[in-house]
Design a protein. Structure first.
Length: 298
């Protein structure tokens, strides 16, 4: 029996960039630039700067606009670039957006405020007001594990009609399927990015081919193999499993501290974790080296 080919199925990967910083909280520019180039050369169709993998909530306010500007300078409009603007009120998010006003970016990404849970009508009010006041297209980021406030299809029925709301990033596959079943995106310029790494193969088979995750940045070889236009289903699953193996290894200790070490092995050094995070153990470092060699990343 011939292997099923995925060449006719749309599948694209969008890395959530990690943010390498020095001990003083400033950007490690050379490392950041190399990471971006690795992603572009591996076939990324766009990128998110300073999302949750980019540790946006821990980046110094004084450094925040400079990180976004440097990403713009490296990308040079070769791929779409989105920038995270998450914060705890509309006014604070708008302050972040204002600090980006001179940049050539393709949109901003915002969760709902994450200090305390929001009621459903408050979620609608938050994104509606943000869409009206933002200079850039706004992409909603559904991150209930952090925000305590999931975005639902009933809210999207209202929000999807806001002209400046350009898309949704979510790890909720059922939510995306509800959007399709109810034809809420018909005739609208609205993009959906799926972000549950564990089910990317299922999503692709379901026709949900825009996948966004931070693990792509530390697995450029396997990301390229997974999303190559002519990769077979077997190749896709094998490469995706390699990415999952590394992610699961990170989970043994602090995920972003382990990620920092993996990025160092890719010659993209820096602290990608919060400044209070503890270093990973020597044993885990050895396991990361062994696995990254085994899956052909180093």
């Amino acid at each position: 029996m011939k292997e099923k080919e995925n060449s006719r199925i749309e599948k694209e990967f969008y890395p959530a960039l990690g943010t390498p910083i020095h001990l003083d909280g400033t950007l490690v520019k050379e490392s950041f630039g190399r990471q971006i180039e690795l992603m572009i050369s591996s076939g990324a169709k766009g990128a998110l700067c300073m999302g949750s993998m980019g540790n946006m909530a821990s980046i110094r306010n004084s450094e925040y606009p400079g990180v976004a500007k440097y990403a713009c300078d490296v990308v040079r409009q070769r791929i779409p670039l989105l920038v995270g603007v998450m914060d705890c009120s509309i006014s604070r998010v708008l302050d972040r957006i204002d600090s980006l006003k001179e940049l050539k970016i393709d949109g901003v990404v915002a969760t709902v405020p994450f200090y305390s849970p929001l009621k459903p009508n408050e979620i609608v009010a938050f994104f509606s007001e943000l869409a009206k006041k933002s200079k850039f297209p706004v992409y909603m980021y559904d991150l209930p594990g952090v925000t305590q406030s999931p975005i639902s299809v009933s809210q999207l029925e209202t929000l999807i009609n806001e002209k400046n709301l350009a898309g949704l990033k979510t790890g909720n596959l059922n939510l995306i399927m509800e959007l399709y079943r109810n034809k809420l995106m018909s005739g609208k310029d609205f993009s959906v990015y799926y972000s549950n790494l564990d089910l990317f193969d299922v999503a692709i088979k379901s026709g949900i081919g825009k996948n966004l995750d931070g693990m792509f940045t530390c697995t450029p070889y396997n990301s390229r193999k997974t999303y190559a236009e002519k990769s077979s289903e077997i190749e896709l699953i094998k490469s995706l499993n390699n990415i999952l193996k590394l992610r699961n290894l990170f989970l043994k200790e602090n995920v972003l501290a382990a990620y920092s070490y993996a990025m160092e092995l890719l010659k993209c050094p820096g602290n990608y974790h919060a400044d209070y995070a503890l270093p990973i153990s020597g044993e885990l470092k050895e396991e990361i080296v062994d696995l990254m060699k085994n899956i052909h990343e180093i």
